[in-house]
Design a protein around this ligand. Structure first.
Ligand code: FAD
Length: 384
């Protein structure tokens, strides 16, 4: 850790580290994949009882109202102990959106279950023909009395097959220009007319699924914001998502792998390898500093650039995992657990997982396009 901390921050770090050490079950440490729902939610609930599940939520909504440094300390200590990745769509995306745009009824109904870990949310944006071009979505919502009747097909829905609710984009007015006829809708996944099909990935796991909606009846009270005006909410949510995707949590985990390999290799560790570890340490320190700065800017109501942060975070993680692979030599080439010294580590899984970081939440090419438009105000050229 290359940052200087105040005495209070040091006390908080010790408190977090000691508690994690005592509370986090051994079988949930150092996992490559997110654990299955039962195990993940047990740990989620434990963190919630401790009051640390929502560091970035304001206290008024039951969060911790933590300072940027406290948020980073929680991430760093979680990485150090090898804490697992948890389902975050509720905490990082729909929760903050309902805090900003939800009705009092929507907040009262949905925020407490997210905090205590009783409900899992997923994101229903992408469709087979609408990924980067999100406004090209074709899932339709027909308004009938107090209901919207939804038919369509969502894809790449993370944890969709485990989730209880999906927040989805639905085209409710096909006559209007593309971005003006979209509604942001909360859909109970137990509703009639919903089928889910898990998708197996390159890394040989099922973290996401397809969702088919066939004449699903959703109360109009579940619209967030106004009908046909969902695009503004999408943009706010994607910015929120990208700040959290810009957190150093994956990079810190990757760095722990690098440190672990260094420990395992011990005296067999040459000068080149030593420099690679230093390089990894510095890249993650730079990312953490950028994340802290973005959080501090957001806290002061200043504009932020979540696209740059998302690129920096995902590319740093990928670079650090490439260093981990280099250090392991041929052991990293096979898709199986390999012995490195006396320790068994599966490097290829983590490496394969890291490929996806630059795709979800809007690909890094799309983020570069956004920086070109929004930050540098360059001409759009031939881009749509
Ligand atoms: C692990 C994972 C989890 C995901 N979870 C979810 C989820 O929970 N919910 C959800 O809704 N979606 C989810 N997604 C989907 C993700 O948001 C989309 O994959 C992403 O937006 C890209 O869309 P696409 O796959 O349709 O690719 P395409 O849009 O077809 O893009 C293909 C390639 O072309 C490039 N490209 C496209 N347009 C441009 C352009 N204008 N300029 C430059 N390059 C361009 C892209 O960057 C990409 O490299 C997830 C994806 C992954 C990998």
């Amino acid at each position: 850790m290359l940052r200087i901390e105040s005495p209070q921050e040091q006390v908080f770090r010790r408190e977090v580290g000691t508690w994690y050490e005592a509370e986090l079950p051994r079988d949930l440490r150092d996992l490559t994949f997110r654990p299955e729902p039962a195990a993940a939610l047990a740990w989620y609930k434990r963190l919630s009882q401790r009051g640390w599940i929502a560091p970035h939520w304001p206290k008024g909504f039951g969060g911790m109202g933590a300072s940027p440094v406290e948020q980073v300390i929680l991430l760093e200590e979680a990485a150090r102990i090898g804490a697992p990745e948890l389902p975050t769509q509720g905490l990082n995306q729909i929760g903050p959106i309902l805090q900003r745009f939800g009705t009092p009824e929507q907040r009262e109904r949905h925020l407490p279950p997210i905090l205590v870990g009783d409900v899992i949310w997923c994101q229903g944006y992408s469709e087979p023909g609408a990924g980067s071009d999100l406004a090209g979505l074709s899932t339709r919502g027909r308004i009938e009395g107090d209901e919207i009747v939804v038919t369509g097909h969502k894809i790449w829905t993370t944890w969709g097959h485990h989730a209880d609710w999906v927040y989805a984009l639905v085209r409710t007015d096909p006559e209007r220009p593309r971005r003006q006829g979209i509604t942001f809708l909360l859909i109970d996944l137990r509703s009639a007319g919903i089928t889910r099909r898990p998708i197996r990935t390159l890394a040989d796991e099922c973290e996401f699924c397809e969702i088919f909606l066939d004449e699903v009846r959703v109360p109009r009270a579940n619209v967030v914001g106004a009908e046909n005006q969902g695009w503004g909410i999408v943009t706010a949510l994607l910015d929120e998502e990208r700040i959290q995707l810009g957190s150093p949590s994956h990079a810190l985990r990757a760095l722990e792998r690098v440190r672990r390999i260094a420990r395992v290799l011990g005296s067999g560790f040459g000068e080149t390898a030593r420099l690679k570890v230093v390089q990894a340490e510095m890249e993650v320190a730079a990312l953490t500093a950028a994340f802290l700065q973005t959080l501090a800017q957001a806290e002061q109501g200043l504009p932020t650039d979540p696209s740059s942060l998302k690129i920096l975070s995902t590319e740093t993680t990928q670079a650090v995992l490439e260093i981990a692979q280099d250090l392991c030599g041929s052991a990293a080439a096979l898709k199986s657990s390999e012995a490195v010294g006396g320790t068994v580590i599966d490097f290829s899984e983590l490496f394969l997982q890291s490929r996806r970081l630059s795709i979800y939440g809007g690909t890094n090419e799309i983020q570069r396009g956004l920086i070109s438009d929004r930050v540098l105000e360059l001409p759009r050229g031939g881009r749509p």
